[in-house]
Design a protein around this ligand. Structure first.
Ligand SMILES: NC(=O)c1ccc[n+]([C@@H]2O[C@H](COP(=O)([O-])OP(=O)(O)OC[C@H]3O[C@@H](n4cnc5c(N)ncnc54)[C@H](OP(=O)(O)O)[C@@H]3O)[C@@H](O)[C@H]2O)c1
Length: 271
């Protein structure tokens, strides 16, 4: 089943960032299986070339290799230009790094890289793609966030020190939900994918051994199914999506139960 309906002349190219490993690799294979020509983006060109040859052989789709470090402004500009060329129907902003460390100790280069790769690049690439999707009345943006986007109020020790990472993923959640609302009714859709822990290169050498990990292929299966059903927040491991609906309820309660009142709340009045 394709993400896009006929006519066959409709552009169908899918761009996957971080396609050299993990969730991006699984996404690229799944989209190739659905017949989408691919643009594969990551730094490790050799892996992308092997994948391009694999999907061309196995699924008969053309796959371009776009070797790019998306934290590098010139490389991001090349990727943005490719996404904005007009033939892209699916954009999967998947490339991401953790950079876990206490904020007081983490070096500035890591903070910049996490923000550049996890936030700035997906926003720039989405900005290049969306006008074409809206004009054509179809296509999909998938931004890969994380369940850690919802963890900023949680203090349990087993969570990693994650101020930059989790805040960036929370940005992607807010950005994608708002974008989905803006483009609703155009035929184009936006999804924010929020995996829990996934078996990939992400945890290499770092994850506590023995933690249960979801297969990257299952994450992609959930995302593709959610694109068909119209879920904006896709949480692959969440059995009951009512918890997602409750988020909007909590926002509504916060804003409309006094949060925007012009009257100073009693607890802030000078003693
Ligand atoms: N694994 C998890 O438990 C988990 C959970 C929730 C969310 N996520 C999110 O899922 C996404 C994919 O991660 P993954 O788990 O599949 O990890 P992964 O196996 O480490 O894959 C990360 C991908 O990002 C690419 N990448 C890293 N730095 C890059 C850069 N500077 N420029 C371009 N590409 C870059 C890597 O390719 P190159 O090294 O070749 O550049 C690789 O293809 C990330 O956004 C991550 O935050 C992961």
């Amino acid at each position: 089943m394709s993400l896009l309906p006929p006519p066959a002349s409709t552009p169908r190219t899918a761009v996957v960032t971080g396609a050299s490993s993990g969730i991006g690799l699984a996404y690229a294979r799944a989209l190739a299986r659905l017949g989408h020509p691919l643009v594969l983006v990551a730094r490790r060109a050799d892996r992308l070339q092997d994948l391009a040859e694999e999907v061309e052989r196995d699924h008969g789709v053309v796959a371009e290799v776009l070797a790019a470090d998306l934290t590098d402004p010139a490389d991001l500009a090349r990727a943005t230009a490719r996404v904005g060329a007009g033939d892209v129907a699916v954009l999967v902003n998947n490339a991401g790094i953790g950079g876990y460390a206490p904020f007081a100790e983490v070096d500035a280069a890591t903070v910049s890289a996490v923000n550049a790769l996890n936030v700035h690049a997906p926003v720039a690439l989405t900005h290049a793609a969306v006008p074409h999707l809206v004009a054509r009345g179809g296509g999909a943006i998938v931004n890969v966030a994380s369940m850690l986007a919802f963890s900023s109020g949680l203090t349990e020790d087993f969570f990693p020190a994650r101020a930059t990472y989790a805040a960036g993923k929370a940005y992607l959640v807010a950005f994608t939900r708002l974008l989905a609302g803006e483009i609703a009714g155009t035929g184009a859709v936006a999804q924010v994918l929020c995996p829990g822990m996934v078996a990939s290169g992400f945890h290499a050498g770092a994850a506590a051994p023995g933690l249960p990990l979801m297969a990257a292929e299952d994450v992609v299966t959930a995302s593709l199914a959610a694109l068909r059903t119209g879920e904006v927040i896709c949480a692959p491991g969440l059995a009951d999506p009512a918890a997602v609906d409750a988020l909007a309820g909590a926002e509504r309660a916060l804003l409309f139960s006094g949060g925007t009142s012009p009257t100073l709340a009693d607890r802030y009045r000078a003693a």
